[in-house]
Design a protein around this ligand. Sequence first.
Ligand code: RRO
Length: 307
Amino acid sequence: MKPSLKTSISSLELSNPTVLASGILGNTGEALLRVAKAGAGAVTTKSVSLEPRKGHNNPTVIELEHGFINAMGLPNPGVEKFLKEIEIYKNSSVSKKVLIIASIVGDRISDYVEVALKLGKIPHALELNISCPNVETGLIFGRDPLNASELVKEVKANTELPVIVKLTPNADKLIEIAEEVEKAGADAISAINTLGPGMVIDIEAGKPVLSNKFGGLSGEVIKPIAVRCIYEIAQNVKIPVIGIGGISDGKDAAEFLMAGASAVGIGTAVKAHGISVFKKVCSELSEFMQRKRFKNIEELRGIALRG
Ligand code: RRO
């Protein structure tokens, strides 16, 4: 019999564990619908802020041998405008089966709260992005357990939606932060955001390639760090974890699930290989589970923690 790929993240039921990670194809309702129809179990929007943001000047993304480096600088049209895109998604019947997670970001707690209030119950869940390496304020919450905890408490007090908190690998107190956000009421954790900051220099021009000079690394190159982060987070909290970082095939997904993740976020691989990656990851994961006689995701989840 074919294994079941169903999974859940808090109250969110997913038909399979693949989730479109924030930042790729998450700018419009139409693009999010394309990803949902291509087989994702859930989709996450690009991070949205209270006011529109232009982002950094080009070049903002560079392809490397085994990944990407980006310093987009949070470009987005602001929550008022973005709400319409989420509504486009919600008005499609696909949204009943493939849930939409709104990634939100701010410079201060009141920004996150206002964005959450404006979004109301339109998305199915909120993801608090406290981990963007490309803006000064991105790490105020992501690197400090107390700030992260305060933020989660305030947002939780102002929304009825499940709250997922996206953590950064660029924090020396990762475990403490995970524990604090759990205590503050977070419903789930997603990890990791991009690694860094890193830098690439154009040796012909003798200057950094990114206009922002520094950027966050994503893709295959960061996978072992991401797996370790998920393993350590899952060892220390009970809330579900969405594992993200360099996942592009069924084996990668199995690795994150074994490290304790309940679902897997896919971002850079969509950029590199297209939206067929969701079906590919699911069919390869299913084959792997069948070969190893895992009947469902729950049997696979966290076995490396116990092994
Ligand atoms: O827009 C960005 O520069 C960006 C964001 Br919000 C993020 O969370 N992670 C990232 O690598 N880039």
